[in-house]
Design a protein around this ligand. Structure first.
Ligand code: 0X9
Ligand code: ZN
Length: 447
């Protein structure tokens, strides 16, 4: 009895905490109007040689710049610069003979403009019954939560909604398990797909909720539903994700604080916090940086949850996808150094097959996907989730940088026009289908 009431108290406390948080968030959203981005600019950077990519990455570290999309010889990088960084940044680029051009001249105005457009669209809010998920607009945290609850209720035989932990701000970290054998058949391979680790990458979570739909409401590949057990986590970083809707649009990290070490700068980059060559390359020691690796490996609840899922099913995870944006890239291990993975050939083969399916099923205006390991793409970073997964034994692990930018600049970045959300989800599912079928063959062979 006492236990029950204590639990109830806990629930009530958490609920009021969430309410308070949502109210505070709405207040910030209504009154902030992106003031913090006044004078910020973003630049396309044209790195056409390996040397230039390396030099640009060095400037990134030197000036502490925020890369919206990574540098690559075959694709322009997109870099965000605060007013105080702009002169030095341009001087450095000029000095090195690297070409650049303005992408957005005033980030604040661009975000304000986006908000105006948003007002004219129907919001993607789940109906009270939660029986429909809209892909006409980006999905709020509460919409995704309501959808997963609805699916768990409607499809109890195959789905389970798991609340794994609570975040720093008290939000639940949740994922769905989908299985025709209730996760009890240990001979079945597992596919794990996680999204939303980087808060501002809004196209990521809908691609994961779409997979949930394709395995419950709209099953067109029953073989995949039957053959695999699925773990689907649309939002690995709920605090950060919510903050990008109601606080700062371009926030990347989670929202944890480690007072007093953090200099009042909250947030750790989840994709630098895994225990794989932790904090050795492509990270920052400064808590105020967007790529701050945290206090230590797995210091964050979000990365602990992902780690625990991988560990729990390590013997049977055949495929792990970490959904990010943007750049139309399929990145496979290793990211933390330039050596080749023990499973390089399969990683490359399956990566290319996924990329082809993405491309075939996507609209023509999406650029083709580029596939490669870090050594090919020159984008080193330690502590990433897919490197960690691969390191402890997941044979096929990929970071997918979803589309977000087209060569003709019509739609760009994290605020890709919502009319393309559905197309990204559909083409991503097509890629996942191909990846899963390849993973099935390899898993059977034990490679
Ligand atoms: O930097 C990251 O964490 C990922 N890119 S993002 O633009 N979404 O932030 C890529 C991580 C995987 N990476 C490498 N191959 N280095
Ligand atoms: Zn990302």
């Amino acid at each position: 009895m006492r236990l029950l009431s204590r639990r109830m108290m806990g629930v009530i406390q958490i609920t009021s905490k969430i309410k308070l948080f949502v109210l505070a968030s709405i207040f910030v959203f209504t009154y902030s109007k992106h003031e913090e981005y006044a004078g910020w600019k973003s630049y396309y950077i044209n790195t056409s040689t390996v040397e230039q990519v390396k030099k640009l990455n060095a400037i990134r570290t030197k000036l502490g710049l925020d890369f919206l999309s990574p540098a690559h010889v075959k694709r322009e990088a997109l870099v965000l610069a605060k007013p105080e960084q702009q002169e030095e940044f341009k001087n450095n680029l000029d000095h090195l003979g690297i070409k650049y051009r303005i992408h957005v001249d005033d980030i604040k105005s661009a975000l304000d403009h986006d908000d105006e457009k948003k007002k004219n669209r129907t919001k993607a809010i789940a109906r009270d019954s939660g029986d429909k998920m809209s892909y006409d607009d980006y999905q709020h945290l509460e919409t995704i939560d309501a959808y997963m609850e609805y699916i768990a209720k409607e499809y109890p035989k195959t789905t389970t909604l798991v609340t794994a932990a609570q975040t720093f701000e008290g939000l639940p970290i949740r994922y769905m398990q989908i299985s025709t054998t209730n996760f009890k058949d240990n001979s079945k391979p597992v596919i794990f797909i996680e999204g939303g680790m980087h808060a501002r990458e809004w196209i990521s979570p809908p691609t994961v909720t779409w997979v949930i739909k394709k395995l419950t409401e709209d099953v067109t590949e029953p073989d995949l539903l039957n053959y695999f057990d699925w773990i689907l986590m649309p939002i690995a970083n709920p605090d950060g994700y919510n903050f990008t809707f109601f606080g700062r649009r371009l926030w990347r990290k989670n929202r944890s604080m480690n007072f007093p070490n953090d200099n009042f700068c909250p947030g750790v980059d989840g994709n630098r916090n895994f225990n794989i060559a932790w904090n050795t390359v492509g990270t920052e020691e400064d808590p105020c940086s967007g790529i701050y690796a945290g206090n230590g490996p797995f210091s964050e609840i979000e990365t602990q949850v992902v780690r625990n899922i991988i560990m729990e099913h390590i013997s049977r995870i055949a495929l792990y996808l970490s959904m990010h944006s943007f750049g139309s890239l399929i990145l496979h291990p290793w990211s933390h150094n330039l050596t080749l993975s023990y499973n390089y050939d399969n990683l490359a083969k399956v990566g290319h097959a996924i990329a082809n399916a993405f491309f075939e099923h996507g609209p023509d205006i999406f650029p083709p996907f580029i596939v490669g390991s870090t050594s090919e793409l020159l984008y080193l970073c330690s502590g990433s989730s897919t490197d960690y997964g691969h390191h402890i034994g997941v044979p096929l692990a990929y970071t997918i940088e979803l589309p977000g930018i087209a060569p003709n600049d019509d739609y760009t970045g994290f605020d890709m026009d919502p009319q393309y959300i559905k197309a990204v989800c559909e083409s991503t599912w097509a890629g996942i289908v191909v990846g899963a079928r390849k993973a099935k063959v390899l898993f059977r062979k034990g490679t």
